[in-house]
Design a binder for this molecule. Structure first.
Ligand code: ADP
Length: 270
């Protein structure tokens, strides 16, 4: 009768609610796990540069004290080496903290863009020459194919940040093989591709590497917070552009960035 029907309806409503609850509970648990994992990685990454920094500063302190007390001469070479190492570690820490700040700016919808006329080809050329020495230390050659200037209205620092992220990943995960950057115009859009021939990315990871805190490699040999590509995508989307990847494990990856050349981006993203 109708009572049976009501009871069946009530039971199925409860079943649906129970499944919903279980799903929400699962999602909340996964979010907590991701946060805890992130805190672990972030603390490790922030602490790593601090040890060499402290050691070098202690060494400098001993040298300076020794020189003062015993009239020992200060070795300019050792001082300069200690300062080089220290500054490198400070730069690493600054980059990490800047990335964390960017993520909170993005989640709060406070990413501001200051537009100016730029040539993407010369931005890429400048960054390649900035990165060439550190890439060369890994045996990695950087090649640029940008036969023509490609003008558009973008935020210089943000465009540099995006290209820097793609380039430094290509060098980091590039197994010391050449990295090729191309810049070209495609009608209303500018296209920049970064191709490496390194470790590549497994198909099941391709979708999640642009998410916050997501890293495809669990290998601690490759340090990182898994924030670079998330920030990259958020910035690119704020310009009304896209970033995508194609990759083969063991063969390398190609990241393709497309930016509208003239469109006015929204002032901030969420
Ligand atoms: P990370 O700080 O871990 O490098 P990113 O957000 O820049 O963070 O990248 C997310 C993950 O995507 C990386 O941990 C790595 O697994 C993968 N990845 C990014 N770029 C490349 C690349 N060029 N080749 C292989 N894997 C890459």
């Amino acid at each position: 009768g109708s009572e049976d029907l009501e009871m069946v309806e009530e039971l199925s409503r409860r079943a649906v609610a129970a499944v919903d609850n279980a799903r929400l509970y699962g999602e909340a648990q996964a979010a907590v796990r991701l946060r805890d994992e992130f805190l672990g990685i972030a603390s490790h990454e922030l602490k790593t540069p601090l040890t060499p920094l402290r050691l070098k500063l202690q060494m400098l302190q001993r040298q300076v004290n020794g020189a003062r007390l015993e009239g020992e001469p200060l070795s300019a070479e050792r001082i300069s080496e200690a300062l080089d190492v220290s500054l490198r570690q400070v730069r690493k820490l600054t980059d990490l903290v800047d990335n964390l700040l960017d993520v909170s700016r993005i989640t709060a919808g406070r990413l501001r863009l200051e537009l100016e006329e730029l040539d993407l080809a010369s931005v890429a050329a400048e960054l390649l020459s900035r990165f060439a020495p550190s890439a060369a230390q890994l045996g990695c050659a950087l090649e640029l194919h940008a036969p023509e200037p490609v003008f558009g209205r973008w935020d210089r620092l943000r465009v540099e940040q995006v290209v820097t992220n793609l380039l430094s990943n290509a060098i980091k995960y590039g197994a010391g093989r050449p990295v090729v950057v191309r810049v070209e115009e495609d009608g209303e859009r500018a296209r920049l591709t970064v191709r490496d021939q390194g470790i590549g990315i497994a198909e099941e990871d391709l979708g999640r590497i642009f998410e916050r805190f997501e890293r495809a490699v669990s290998d601690r040999h490759y340090g990182g917070l898994g924030l670079g590509l998330y920030i990259t995508r958020q910035i690119v989307e704020a310009f009304g552009g896209t970033v995508r990847v194609s990759s083969q494990p063991g063969q390398g990856s190609t990241f393709t960035l497309e930016l509208p050349r003239g469109a006015l981006p929204v002032p901030s993203v969420r």
